[in-house]
Design a protein around this ligand. Sequence first.
Ligand code: DQA
Length: 157
Amino acid sequence: MSELRYSVLVLHGPNLNLLGRREPEVYGSVTLEDINRGLEQEGQSLQSQITAIQSNHEGALVDAIHAACDQHHGILINPGAYTHTSIAIRDAIAGVAIPAVEVHLSNIYKREAFRHHSYIAPVAIGQISGFGAESYRLGLRALVHHLSQHPPRSPKN
Ligand code: DQA
């Protein structure tokens, strides 16, 4: 196998562990395991290592972002409902200065008004919203493309 170029941390926020049975009319029938497996395959084709973590706890997500400094080149994050509430997650991403892409399964701008604002978007490279599980794949491709254009420091430095 060719050498891995990038290490990407995939962070799934609260309630995403319920995918597959959670509001299928909004989020579809795909499970989190399906999404992670798809990302691992996509990662292989991009010569990138994927590490996926899901947590329902804001502080655990903040800790994972801090720990990414020593381990990962980029972050792909679906912050779930914390998108709309968490200054702590926003500050963590800004603090570690690791390129992050924000993804959402649903189109948050077509939904309730409280979902239209993202605290994360201003500190992300970009956001992909509304394509179901495909949002993650597109987000991973966009992140790896960004890393190839802006070569990162080694995460061990
Ligand atoms: C979500 C959108 C959020 O508004 C919601 O709270 C979620 C999932 C999405 O992927 O569409 O939990 O991030």
